[in-house]
Structures are given as C-alpha cells and as structure tokens.
Design a protein around this ligand. Sequence first.
Ligand code: GLU
Length: 385
Amino acid sequence: MSTPIETINQAARLVVKIGSSLLLQNDTLNRDWLAAMAQDLAKLSKDGKKLIVVSSGAVSLGCAALGLKRNQLTLEESQAAAATGQIELAQGWQAALAEQGLAAAQILLTAEDTEQRRRYLNARQTLTTLMAHGAVPVINENDTVATQELRYGDNDRLAARVAAMVSADCLVLLSDIDGLYDADPTQNENANFIDKVPHIDAKIEAMAGGTGSSHGSGGMVTKLQAAQIAQRAGCHMVLASGRAMTPLSVLAEGARATLFEAHDNPHSARAAWIAGGLQPSGSLHLDAGAISALYAGKSLLPVGLTSVAGHFERGDCVALMAADGKEIGRGLSAYASTEAQRMIGLSSDAMENELGYRGRAEMVHRDDMVLHGKSELSKKGESNE
Ligand code: GLU
C-alpha cells in the first residue's frame, strides 16, 4: 500500500492544485511561498515528471486591486476581479518558475473546454505538447467568460477534470487543511484524521462540511467531488496542506495527507471510456498496412484510409474497420467526416494541399484509440507518430 508521497513519486504526470489561501498573504501575492513552491515543482520536473499547476488566486488578488470585498461579490464583480488578478497571478508564476529554469504557460479553461469533445481534444493536445517541451502549464478557470450556470466556480473540480483530461496519475490538492477528518477539526478537537479513502460513500460524504476559508470557493465538498472525478478517471488524489513553504518536500519528510486511491489506472479508464462509453458516429475503413501500424502502437494516418462512413465531427468516436468488415477498435477522430472523406489515402504533404491548412498529421492519435483485444491504450504517447 502506497503512502501519499510514494504515490506522488511514482506518478509520471502530476497535476498540482493550489488554493487561493496559500497564495495570498494580507491580500497580496505571497511571492516567498510561490518561490519555494516553484523549487518543489522543479525537483519533480528534474525527476522527469510532467507537471501541470492549477492555480487559484485571481479573484482574491483582483479584489485587492479593485478594492472589492471577496465575500460580497456579484458575478460581474468577481469576473472583473478575476480579469485583474489573473495578470498578477500569471506573472507571479512565470517569475517563480523562471527562477527554477522552467517555462510557464498560461491556460484559462471553461467547463465546456473540459467537457465538449472537440475542445477537450484541443486542450489535451496543447497541454500534452507543452509538457513534452518541459513547460509547466498554469491553469485557472476562465472566469471572465464562464457564465453562472456553466462555470465550475471552484478549481478543485476543474483540477480533477484536467487530471482526467491528460490521463494524469496523480492529482495533489494543496489547501489550508492537511486532509480529510471525520468531523470539522476547527470545531471538534476529537476529529479523527482519515489517511486513506478507497471509495467515497455516504459515510465519507457526511464528513465534509461547508466551505472553510475566506479565500477560495472550495471546502471539503468540492474536494470530495474532485476526488470522485479523479478516482473514476484512474487518477490518485492526495489532499495535503500547502501551508509550509515547500509543501511537497514536507510531505516527503513524513507530513500526513489523505490519499484517495484511483479505481483503475488512467490508461485503462480512458480505454474503457473510448471502447465502451461512447457510441461510434461513423467508421473509418483501413488498409492492411495501417492495421499492422496500429498494432505496432502507431497512430492512424490518412494514407491508411480506404473509405469513410457516417457523419461525425472532430472529437467524435469512430469505429476502426478492417477490409473484411470486422471492427478492430475505436478511437476519437481528429477530423470531421467531411474532411476525412477528402483525405482518404493522402500523404501528409498532400493533405495540407487538400485542406488548405496544416492540420494534425494523425486521423486518430494513438492516445485516443483502443484496439479490441488489447486491454489498454497504447503507452501514453510522447511522440506524435
Ligand atoms: N478561479 C478562481 C480564482 O482564481 C478560484 C476558484 C477557487 O477558489 O477554487 O480566484
């Protein structure tokens, strides 16, 4: 049985979510903490881990800049505050990560970006490319355009969706509490610490109270929701205190944290979703060369297509068919059926001429594909072959 720090050490892809209360001190950005946190991240990066940061703090920083009170905001005011604070937040991260030799990349997401397949695929591809280049994406919700009904409103769930989207092995939620207790530890000194949660059931849910701190929108309820999203996506979640200057090093030194264990691994969870969770909207028929390339772990290129059937959009699930009419697998198409039709049998160069723009080289990326009879998705692809 792994401990939280062992789980972090074993992860190849990690998402670290940082709550507003950690980033702010007396309404200003706590640059010393940020610098120390960046040191922790740099250590993980040197160990070869791919990292994503989900950082809150824009609304709180913006409130300070605009003279607004965080707990009395209208939606418009919180959006205005986010727009103001996000600049400072991004700049703070950029400076702190640069100090450690790491490039930062700002990504602002809405709920739709993580839920609509087309946008999801774009976001996933960009994040994967950034990580492959050693950059650290720093994500926040795009508060200025997220409408009331559609916004996450809390970065706990956003971080869990991001972790699922990039097939991360572990999500670390750093906040002002060191884990889950069976009662609110600020109210009840007999509250017991829970170090491991394999499944979230009614008993665990009953342990979560309302929101705790004056900054941020989280609280234990959204943390449990995040854990559930992560667990189902095959991603472990560690809930830990971020109060110390280098919170991950402090964990390594033995600080306690709650581990929400993944129910699966990210690859099989994603494979199960593609293979069984989605109804194919069309099919791609492949030649023998393409099929052996797929079994060798390669992506599907248009040159291997013999025909296209059905009507689908980019990001939709399609069946992959052999010449004898047998379905050999399923995948998410990088092109809509109208484009796929025009690309049948084309080489990558010819494809660009035909489309009039340089699109993705793959018709179905190997990360977005599952072959029947192969239990898992092919290894997480660093390459785009
Ligand atoms: N997106 C919000 C911000 O940057 C944070 C939401 C949350 O506190 O979880 O301020």
